[in-house]
Design a protein around this ligand. Structure first.
Ligand code: BGC
Length: 358
């Protein structure tokens, strides 16, 4: 209960008057609003019945993307003329809390997954709290996003960890599939015919290796974000043998027994710690697989990581994959982000699912 209340407070306090959620209010690099982090946070607020907060976030994204309409259109025009795209042609992965792009700070901006994630989250919100005014006001931004994803989904782009620009990432494609299919449920005419199925069949043909989903096309590694393939994006069901094999590899290779979940075995960001939010995603997966006791065990570990101030970090550094790579990050950016809103959001999501089990 204490963590529940602290999480709500941290999220409320981290929501700007604009509606944007800051990724972390204290970490030097995370004073911005990411579509990815923000959507999970809004989804968590929907899960605990705080729909006003989620609504404010989606309205903010809608307005922000519309304010960047000329940016989208420039890109669409270049695509129509088959002109090569520059890095600055893509839409960013994060905005200032007022909805601007911070051109003074370099960031690994071309990441498509957040654009699929926000579509998915918005559809969940609309299904939970039918709101025709909100939908009408967001339709133009949804349309721009769908057009953006239709044009670019086959392009290599940074993954959800803002790495590997030259690869095509399975969890990114899963987010696009999930977002586009969810929007199609709300308004079928907004999504080009068969686009979600094209993405799904691309994933099944190119993103499976040795019977499990793989981190990116050409890789044989697993990444914990592969859980998204089924939970929640449903490219396949949780019972699909390829998904089950993926969960098993995640358990064997990047889940520390008795501890948390790493992003991937070769991670060196802050030495590669155990991520709270990924541990929660594995818990969510266990709930869907009918393993609530395993989910509770992971949640107990998460609770044991709360700082005396009631905060959860992005990652826990006690058992690093590569401790020699920790100091360089601390010198560059300071200690690990804490609190991270996305970590707190995941706790609220999993708690709400566990309550339904009880
Ligand atoms: C993570 C991203 C996240 C961002 C803000 C990065 O280090 O890799 O997934 O969106 O931090 O929390």
């Amino acid at each position: 209960m204490k963590l529940h209340d602290a999480s709500l407070n941290i999220i409320r306090y981290g929501q700007a008057p604009s509606g944007a959620y800051v990724a972390s209010p204290t970490f030097s690099q995370y004073g911005y609003a990411w579509l990815r982090d923000g959507t999970w946070t809004a989804y968590a607020m929907d899960c605990v019945g705080q729909h006003d907060s989620a609504r404010a976030f989606y309205s903010w994204i809608g307005q922000t993307l519309l304010n960047h309409q000329s940016h989208f259109e420039k890109l669409f025009n270049k695509c129509a003329r088959n002109e090569p795209l520059d890095e600055t042609d893509y839409l960013p992965t994060r905005f200032t809390l007022d909805g601007f792009v911070d051109h003074d700070q370099f960031w690994w901006n071309f990441q498509l997954d957040g654009y699929g994630t926000w579509l998915w989250g918005l559809a969940q919100h609309i299904e939970l709290v039918p709101d025709s005014d909100l939908w009408a006001s967001l339709r133009p931004a949804v349309t721009l996003t769908v057009q953006y994803l239709s044009a670019l989904w086959q392009s290599a782009n940074y993954d959800c960890w803002e790495e590997f620009r030259d690869k095509i990432h399975t969890s990114t494609l899963a987010a696009l599939y999930g977002g586009l299919s969810a929007i199609r449920r709300i308004e079928p005419g907004l999504v080009p015919d068969h686009l979600p199925e094209q993405i799904q069949s691309y994933i099944l043909q190119n993103c499976v290796s040795a019977g499990h989903f793989r981190k990116y096309v050409g890789s044989s590694a697993v990444d914990a974000s592969l859980l998204w393939v089924a939970v929640p994006y449903r490219v396949v069901e949780v019972t699909d043998p390829r998904f089950i094999a993926t969960v098993q590899r995640i358990e064997q290779e990047i889940h520390r027994p008795g501890g948390g979940v790493y992003r991937y075995a070769a991670d060196t960001y802050y030495g590669g710690g155990e991520w709270i939010l990924l541990t929660a995603f594995l818990a969510w997966t266990y709930i869907e697989l009918g393993r609530p006791a395993d989910a509770r065990r992971l949640m107990t570990w998460i609770e044991s990581q709360v700082t005396p101030a009631g905060e959860l970090p992005e990652q826990v550094s006690a058992h690093l994959l590569d401790p020699s790579r920790y100091p360089e990050w601390e010198q560059k950016w300071g200690t690990v982000a804490c609190p991270l809103l996305w970590s707190h959001a995941m706790v609220l999501i999993v708690e709400s699912l566990l309550e339904k089990q009880a």
